[in-house]
Ligand binder design. Structure first.
Ligand SMILES: [Zn+2]
Length: 425
C-alpha cells in the first residue's frame, strides 16, 4: 500500500496505521506544499478503502482496477487545480517511455480533469456544460482506445492518434473547469454522499479545500458535522492556516513534508523515469509548460510598468517596485498595446491558435493580479494609486471570469482589457 507515495514517510506511516487498525476518520486533512504527493495519497486511500480484498498495490479486484483508472463510481474529485502541466508532462512521458506506468500516468492526468465534470456534481446545472460536453465525450472515446495493461514497448498508430486527440481536447477543456467548487456542487456532492456506495466505501477528495467560496465552505461544514457512515472525506491544502477552524477541528491532520532536491530526484527517476534534477516537483512540472508562471510574471511586470510609466507625470508616487517597473518600461519605449501584441504572438493568441498555450491567459491574469497586489502593498499611503490599482485588478478579474465561464476568445479579451486600462490614464 502507498508504494507510489515517495519520500513522505511520516504521512505514509500514519495512513498505514489508521488503515490497519480500521480507524480511518470520517474526514482527513492532507496538508503540505504543492506537488508533495497529497493527491496521490488521497487517491490511493480511496482505492484501499474501496478494495474488496486487502488493498495490495497490484490488487486486480474490479474496484481496484477502476480506481487505478480513476473511473470508480464511488470516487468524487473536486476542487481547484492547475491541470495543463501534468497533462503536458504525462504526454511527454508516454511518448518518451511508452509502457504501463506512463500510460496510467497519462490516463490519470486527464481523468483528474474529467472528474471535475462528473454529472453527479452538475445535476441541475447541465446547461452550463453545453460547450464542454462535446470535448468531454470525445476525450472519453479517445481514452477508451488506450489500455495501459495492453501497452508494451511501443504505441500502435491508432493509439498514438487517440493520445494526441485526448491531449489536445483536454487542453481545450481545461478552461471550462471551475476555479473552485460552487455551492451547487457541494449540495450535489451531499446528495451523492447519501446514496449507498457501489462497493465498500465512497471517497470525496477536495483539492485546495481552503480556496472554496464562503457559501460552499459553509455547506461543506454542514456535511462534515454529520458525515454519512459510508463516506470518507479527504481535504487537501497547501495553506492550512487559511482553512476554517471549524473544518480543521473536524478533520484528522496528516502532514506532507516539503521534498528536498534528493527526494525530488527520487520521485523524478521512479515516477517519470527521468534523470533530470529540479528543486521541486512543482518546478519540474512548471518547467514543462510553454508559458510558465515565472514567464507570466515577467510579462505582467512589463505590462504594469508600462501603465505606471504612462502615469508618471500625473502621479509619480509609488514605492520602489512601482518606480523600477515604470523606469524599465519607459526605457523599453513600447506601448501597452505593443506589449500585448508581442505577448499574443508568443502565446499563440493566448491559446486561441495554439492549444498547448491554453492556460497562458489564466496564468498571465494571475501574474498581473499578483503584481497589482504587490503595488497595492507599497502604495498604501497613496489613495490615487490605490484607487487606480484597485480598478485595474477589478478589470483583470472580470476578464478572467469572462474567459473561464463564458469561454470568450482570450486574444480579444486582452485587446478589450488594453482599451479599458487605457481609459483610466
Ligand atoms: Zn482490490
Amino acid at each position: 500500500m502507498y508504494e507510489n507515495l515517495l519520500a513522505q514517510d511520516g504521512a505514509r506511516t500514519s495512513l498505514l496505521g489508521d488503515i490497519e487498525s480500521g480507524s480511518v476518520p470520517p474526514a482527513l486533512l492532507f496538508s503540505g506544499p504543492p506537488a508533495s504527493g497529497k493527491l496521490t495519497a488521497a487517491l490511493e486511500t480511496a482505492r484501499i478503502l474501496s478494495c474488496a480484498r486487502k488493498g495490495a498495490w497490484n490488487c486486480s479486484c474490479p474496484d481496484c482496477v477502476r480506481h487505478r483508472l480513476l473511473i470508480h463510481g464511488d470516487l468524487l474529485l473536486l476542487g481547484k487545480r492547475s491541470f495543463p502541466e501534468e497533462i503536458i508532462v504525462a504526454r511527454e512521458f508516454l511518448l518518451r517511455s511508452p509502457g504501463q506506468s506512463s500510460a496510467y500516468f497519462f490516463l490519470r492526468s486527464i481523468q483528474k480533469l474529467l472528474a471535475r465534470f462528473n454529472p453527479a456534481l452538475w445535476s441541475g446545472e447541465e446547461t452550463k456544460l453545453a460547450k464542454a460536453a462535446p470535448l468531454i465525450q470525445s476525450i472519453g472515446e479517445a481514452l477508451d482506445l488506450l489500455d495501459p495493461e495492453g501497452l508494451g514497448g511501443g504505441i500502435p498508430a491508432t493509439v498514438a492518434k487517440a493520445v494526441e486527440s485526448a491531449y489536445s481536447d483536454a487542453l481545450s477543456l481545461e478552461p471550462f473547469a471551475p476555479e473552485a467548487p460552487g455551492v451547487f456542487m457541494i449540495r450535489n456532492m451531499e446528495v451523492w454522499a447519501q446514496l449507498a456506495p457501489a462497493g465498500r466505501r465512497k471517497t470525496i477528495i477536495i483539492e485546495n479545500a481552503d480556496r472554496m467560496q464562503d457559501s460552499a465552505r459553509n455547506a461543506m461544514l454542514k456535511i462534515l458535522e454529520e458525515p454519512p457512515e459510508t463516506v470518507r472525506f479527504i481535504l487537501l491544502t497547501s495553506r492550512r492556516a487559511s482553512m476554517m477552524a471549524t473544518i480543521l477541528s473536524r478533520s484528522r491532520l496528516y502532514s506532507f513534508a516539503p521534498r528536498d532536491e534528493a527526494a525530488t530526484a527520487l520521485v523524478l527517476s521512479r515516477v517519470f523515469k527521468s534523470d533530470e534534477m529540479a528543486s521541486s516537483l512543482q518546478s519540474y512540472l512548471e518547467s514543462r509548460i510553454p508559458f510558465p508562471p515565472q514567464l507570466a510574471r515577467v510579462h505582467a511586470e512589463r505590462f504594469a510598468g508600462r501603465i505606471l510609466a504612462d502615469l508618471t507625470d500625473k502621479n509619480p508616487a509609488t514605492g520602489p517596485l512601482g518606480r523600477a517597473l515604470a523606469q524599465e518600461a519607459a526605457l523599453a519605449g513600447k506601448s501597452i498595446a505593443e506589449l500585448l501584441d508581442e505577448l499574443g504572438e508568443a502565446t499563440g493568441g493566448f491559446g486561441a491558435k495554439d492549444k498547448t498555450m491554453a492556460g497562458s491567459f489564466a496564468r498571465f491574469i494571475k501574474a498581473l493580479l499578483s503584481v497589482f497586489s504587490d503595488l497595492l502593498k507599497e502604495s498604501a499611503g497613496e489613495p490615487a494609486i490605490v484607487a487606480l490599482v484597485d480598478r485595474w485588478s477589478r478589470l483583470a478579474r472580470e476578464a478572467a471570469v469572462q474567459y473561464g465561464s463564458l469561454n470568450r476568445n482570450p486574444d480579444l479579451l486582452v485587446k478589450v482589457l488594453v482599451t479599458s486600462f487605457g481609459d483610466g490614464i
